[in-house]
Design a protein around this ligand. Structure first.
Ligand code: MLT
Length: 398
């Protein structure tokens, strides 16, 4: 009989968004006449821009002729895409090298898979609330997690406790689920803390394209010293509408090296390369063609149009919260609005209440951690008509 990874016993029965889907499916089966509006999972609704679509088509056509056909590609991603990403960083004032970029099928996989290169015995610091992938994947590996409180008192932007040592630090900014975004000074404090503690920061910047405040950093590598203590995960899911198409990238600096127990040193870039070349055969050429187009001036302009549309949705949701006197966070440099559940309700209770009364689906804060127990997340990724309709219904809720 195989011995199972019983760390799985320590997970909740369902992944957060699977649980939300179950509940919605049950409600829908019992009330087939009701029109449900989904503002739960952060899934885009607008079609992909024509620049990207054209290149996706070109990628398909390349497969039809022996001159242009592609088999296995480089596991790290095609050079044309890695160079396009280097350029994108450059335009944002950050210098990274093509060999530091690893193209993947998305930030979710990479933030989960990165746990492969770390020993079980690390002190892992994860903010609460947080994107559940960080917690679940470390739990699967049997790691103990130390949580750091993100709450209304610290504007959901917790800062390091200099009296305590940790080895691995997860940061997501702009944050999923709270929408809070660190400024330069705050991130510098995290980088300094990591350097002092010989720790590593796993920085999820999947929502950087939503930053509107030009003073906010869009990458951890905009911070001095970060190349010696951080990995950055990013994605085209929200930037280019690739949630279904799947493409992301992880930046692993060459300077990132840590001591080994035999007195040597290991490069994190080399370890990640070893991990990826062993377990991953790369993203399809077709998808990478489309992804590269997102970084061209024309492609990026189309991406920005879509992002503007979602930002307008965020404003519609935020203004409803204002009107109703509900305290909320996010919605400005982020597609998420994180608000306090009305009437002191707990978040799963509010989820059921909202579904039952107005047939609007959101994501209960408790699904992101204990500090989300009385909070709720709505996404701006719905279509305009549904967002307006959902907010009209919301106004009748209380
Ligand atoms: C979310 O709703 O939190 C995101 O869509 C999840 C993800 O990007 O995987």
């Amino acid at each position: 009989m195989p011995k199972l990874n019983e760390n799985y016993l320590n997970l909740k029965e369902n992944y957060l968004f699977a649980e939300v889907n179950h509940r919605v499916r049950d409600y829908s089966a019992a009330h087939p006449d009701k029109k449900i509006i989904r503002l739960g999972i952060g899934d885009v609704t607008l079609p992909i821009g024509s620049e990207m679509i054209e290149q996706l088509h070109e990628g398909v056509d390349a497969m039809a002729s022996s001159e242009t056909f592609k088999g296995y590609g480089p596991e790290q991603g095609y050079e044309f895409l890695r160079n396009a990403i280097v350029d994108y960083y450059k335009r944002n004032g950050v210098s990274v090298a093509a060999e530091e970029i690893f193209v993947s099928d998305g930030a979710k996989s990479d933030t989960g898979n990165i746990t492969d290169i770390f020993d079980k015995d690390n002190i892992v610091l994860i903010p609460d609330p947080v994107y559940p992938v960080y917690v679940d994947t470390n739990t699967m590996n049997g790691r103990n997690i130390t949580f750091i409180d993100a709450n209304a008192e610290n504007n959901f932007l917790p800062m390091p406790d200099h009296s305590k040592h940790v080895d691995i630090i997860y940061i997501c900014s702009p944050n999923n689920p709270t929408g809070a975004a660190y400024n330069h000074e705050q991130l510098k404090e995290w980088v300094d803390y990591a350097l002092e503690n010989d720790a590593i920061i796993l920085y999820d910047s999947a929502y950087e394209c939503f930053i509107t405040d030009p003073s906010l950093p869009r990458s951890i590598f905009a911070i001095e010293g970060a190349k010696k203590c951080a990995i950055e995960f990013c994605s085209l899911s929200k930037t280019a509408g690739f949630t279904g198409t799947r493409c992301g990238y992880t930046v692993v600096p060459k300077d990132l090296k840590y001591a080994t127990s035999n007195g040597g040193e290991l490069s994190i870039n080399a370890m990640w390369n070893r991990r990826q070349t062993t377990k991953f055969n790369g993203v399809s050429y077709i998808v990478q063609k489309g992804a590269a187009a997102a970084f061209s001036p024309e492609g990026m302009a189309q991406c920005k149009e879509n992002i503007k549309y979602y930002q307008e949705n965020a404003k519609i949701i935020a203004s409803t919260m204002d009107k109703m006197g509900i305290r909320y966070f996010g919605g400005v440099n982020s597609p998420y609005i994180w608000f306090e559940c009305p009437k002191g309700m707990e978040s799963w209770e509010f989820f059921d209440y909202m579904l039952d009364k107005i047939q609007v689906v959101g994501t209960p804060g408790a699904g992101f951690g204990n500090n989300g127990k009385y909070f709720f997340r709505l996404t701006a990724f719905g279509n305009r008509e549904n967002t307006i309709e959902a907010m009209k219904r919301f106004e009748t809720l209380l």
